[in-house]
Design a protein around this ligand. Structure first.
Ligand SMILES: Cc1cc2nc3c(=O)[nH]c(=O)nc-3n(C[C@H](O)[C@H](O)[C@H](O)COP(=O)(O)OP(=O)(O)OC[C@H]3O[C@@H](n4cnc5c(N)ncnc54)[C@H](O)[C@@H]3O)c2cc1C
Length: 444
């Protein structure tokens, strides 16, 4: 193919650590700016200490809350240096911090001399607005932290989460109407900037991207890989292939007549070295994926990609140890295909765990890899007659099967969470440093 056009083996500037450092510095500055401004404008105050603390908590809490919209907007500029999973973990942590700061605000004010009437229903409208915003924020944070435990559907949680933008708007009106620090022009300007940024990014994510920001694809083939796993082949309706790293993922929204359209993350299992179609290999594992086999050639899809940093192109390994469990093979398939197409001769060991032989995805292709790639299958519940390795992937098994690469290899791991836990602690147990262990979680 005109391979070079879709395959770029060097990291772009957005993927380099220096860009990550710039973003982190910008984030810290933007978050701390209201405190810096408040102190600069009023270095000494006669107000009680607790009241000052309460006002500071609100300023920092609101700035963090407004910045949450940027962290949650799935911006590729943020994904590129950190990975979306890391950004989302940070987003969750900052949500809790913002919640704690904003919740402490009325208590500190009350203790600092404002009195407990600020909690009363019949307080001034500006105070009531703050109470409502805070109550909704606490509910949203609890909902986000507990929705899985409460068995609430992911899509329902996702829609409810969008209500958080109202909390930003309510917080803005409340603080502009009542906050003494916001009487200053500099602070007012900054507050307007935070509001414009968060509302702008909210509109970008929820209106612009769905309407104009996604690439259109057509399903040109649906291959059944195993009893519960299918590969969709996707051809761009217009334009060239998506430029991605082997191992990255996309957000895929299938448009199938008579079926609801939902956006889900799936690895791009094809290699960027190949001509379209781009592929996604999907296992039936829930409400949406259970219907994947009913996808028909001719159905269409909207794609946002590429995302993620699970790719050997970000490191320079001399040797590779790939460890996959079940459908966790998909990013590794993309990397193996890329290594094969670029005639890369570095030594590779793949240890691939499944329940039975029937669960092995792309078995024939794995058996047909070049000589530098050793493939080891491990089955946890094999049928009679299986002569290969049995059980789970253990420290001893890795030491034995991957001994030729283990001492120097970078390890790429993707599979079910319990397996990932076990393998990571085994790898640490045999002395592999964390910087050589790379993994992808199929959860965001
Ligand atoms: C980076 C990444 C790459 C992935 N690659 C693949 C792949 O190559 N092949 C494959 O089969 N699976 C892959 N997955 C997993 C796939 O996204 C989920 O299996 C699928 O979204 C489950 O949806 P469901 O409605 O069928 O199941 P449900 O039972 O409804 O959901 C199960 C869990 O999946 C997650 N989930 C559900 N819906 C969404 C959504 N819209 N967005 C984000 N998460 C959601 C939630 O954690 C939920 O608790 C990947 C996931 C991630 C994060």
């Amino acid at each position: 193919m005109d391979g070079e056009s879709a395959y770029e083996s060097k990291p772009s500037w957005q993927e380099r650590p220096a860009w990550g450092a710039v973003l982190l510095t910008a984030y810290l500055l933007l978050a701390a700016l209201p405190l810096i401004l408040a102190f600069a404008l009023k270095p000494s105050s006669d107000d009680p200490f607790l009241e000052e603390l309460g006002k500071g908590a609100a300023l920092l809490g609101f700035a963090l809350l407004a910045l949450q919209v940027a962290l949650g907007a799935r911006l590729r500029l943020l994904d590129a240096p950190f990975g979306l999973d890391v950004v989302m973990q940070f987003h969750k942590g900052m949500a809790v911090l913002a919640g704690v700061l904003l919740l402490s605000h009325p208590f500190l004010l009350a203790l600092g001399g404002h009195g407990w009437h600020i909690f009363a229903v019949g307080a001034a409208w500006q105070v009531n607005l703050g109470q409502i915003g805070l109550a909704v924020l606490v509910l949203l944070i609890l909902f986000a932290l507990l929705f899985k435990k409460l068995g609430i559907e992911y899509q329902l949680w996702r829609y409810s989460h969008k209500a958080a933008i109202l909390v930003v708007v309510v917080g803005f009106v409340h603080s502009m109407a009542i906050g003494p620090d916001l009487r200053n022009t500099g602070m007012k300007l900054y507050w307007w900037l935070l509001l414009a940024m968060s509302v702008g990014l909210f509109v970008f994510r929820n209106v612009f991207m769905p309407l104009w920001g996604r690439r259109r694809f057509r399903v040109t083939g649906v291959q059944q890989e195993t009893h519960d796993t299918f590969t969709l082949e996707l051809d761009p309706v217009a334009g060239g292939p998506i430029r991605h790293r082997p191992g990255q993922f996309m957000w895929l929204k299938l448009k199938r007549p008579g079926r609801p359209s939902e956006e889900h993350p799936f690895t791009i299992s094809s290699s960027p070295t190949r001509e379209p179609p781009m592929t996604a290999t999907i296992k039936q594992s829930g409400d949406f994926t259970d219907t994947i086999g009913q996808t028909q050639p001719g159905d269409t899809a909207e794609v946002e990609a590429p995302y993620g940093r699970f790719s050997f192109l970000h490191h320079a390994p001399g040797k590779f140890l790939f460890i996959a469990g079940g459908v966790g093979i998909t990013p590794i398939l993309s990397m193996l295909r890329c290594l094969k197409d670029t005639k890369d001769e570095r030594p590779v060991v793949l240890i691939y765990g499944n329940k039975t032989e029937e669960d092995i995805i792309c078995r024939e292709e794995l058996e047909d890899l070049p000589e530098n790639v050793k493939v080891v299958h491990v089955l946890s519940a094999p049928h009679e007659g299986w002569n290969g390795l049995k059980g789970h992937i253990t420290q001893d098994m890795m030491g034995g099967q991957a001994k030729e690469v283990l001492a120097e290899a970078d390890v790429y791991l993707c599979g079910p969470p319990p397996m990932m836990h076990m393998v990571i602690s085994s790898l640490r147990g045999v002395g592999i440093p964390d910087k050589r262990i790379h993994y992808e979680r199929f959860a965001i």
